[in-house]
Write a protein that binds this ligand. Structure first.
Ligand SMILES: [Ca+2]
Length: 222
């Protein structure tokens, strides 16, 4: 009986030690991850803001917004070019088959197209979707879900989202959910954009849901 009690106490003591050690390790890890992730979110937001200013400056001169593309051969980002990612999503299109024409040269609406800090491929630019009188730019966010297309689904290709009625199979296969979520004719950001969500969670990254919470980081013309 004594042996049993001692054993039980030992088990409780060692159990407590293991639990405490786990908490300490977890706490250290969380403290280690959070500042890095927070800093990247801040950087993404700041660069999306700069992109917004550049896009609007371009519009003032050109009376149209920069074109977008899903073709990796036409994207407007030198490093993006180098890496040739398999998942592209919509982003800025280069004019005249040259990677740095419209927004950085000859007129420097932007000094750089910046790189999404949460992209799988180093140097990959932010997503850009343009429709009618508006646009939205975005990052995959801290959940780093480029491989599955992100919550906003800048490239919904392989996830079985039904296609638009009356369009070709090819069009249906590359349907962007963003095209449904973002409507420039509605006041933005729309309640759907802020609060809606499907698949991996809300469209919008919300830090109160945890450091690695689902959602993308975006900026929209308002
Ligand atoms: Ca995301």
């Amino acid at each position: 009986m004594d042996i049993f009690r001692l054993t039980l106490i030992d088990v409780i003591k060692w159990g407590a030690v293991v639990v405490l050690a786990f908490i300490v390790i977890l706490g250290t890890r969380v403290r280690f991850i959070q500042p890095e992730s927070r800093a990247k979110v801040s950087r993404a937001k700041s660069e999306l803001r700069r992109l917004a200013v550049g896009i609007e400056s371009y519009y003032i001169d050109s009376n149209e917004y920069p074109a977008m593309t899903m073709d990796p051969n036409r994207v407007m980002d030198r490093q993006y070019y180098k890496n040739r990612p398999t998942v592209v999503g919509r982003t800025f299109m280069a004019r005249h088959d040259s990677p740095l024409i419209s927004l950085t040269t000859p007129v420097a609406y932007l000094t750089d197209l910046y790189a999404d800090p949460f992209a799988d491929h180093l140097g990959t630019g932010f997503r850009y979707f343009q429709a009618g009188s508006g646009w939205i730019v975005g990052s995959w966010g801290p959940d780093r879900d480029q491989a599955t297309g992100g919550q906003l689904m800048w490239n919904a290709g392989d996830i079985g989202i039904p296609g638009r009625l009356g369009e070709s199979e090819e069009d249906n296969s590359i349907l962007d959910v963003i095209e449904r979520v973002y409507n420039p004719d509605h006041e933005q950001p729309s309640p759907l954009l802020i609060g809606g969500g499907r698949l991996n969670g809300a469209y919008t990254y919300n830090p109160t849901n945890g450091t690695i919470s689902a959602g993308d980081v975006w900026r929209v013309k308002q």
